[in-house]
Write a new protein. Structure first.
Length: 73
């Protein structure tokens, strides 16, 4: 993870790098010291996928609105 996660997107607080331990593995996350938001690589990838999906759906909705406006005229 890079320096991009040094400020929390939720509250603007400071993020610290923290090691999380599970029964069989461990991994690194960014944790906000104020609100507790956790960010890891999987979360970042999923948010990027959701962001691109929302952009496509908004674009599709705009295209549908424009085509329906043409039909009304």
């Amino acid at each position: 993870m890079g320096k991009a996660a040094s400020k929390c997107n939720r509250c603007g607080g400071n993020m610290i790098c923290e090691k999380i331990y599970c029964k069989t593995e461990h991994f690194w996350v960014w944790r906000c010291i104020y609100c507790g938001e956790h960010i890891d690589q999987v979360i970042l990838e999923n948010r990027q996928i959701q962001k691109s999906s929302r952009g496509k759906s908004v674009k599709n909705n705009e295209e549908l609105s424009q085509s329906s406006l043409r039909l009304v005229k």
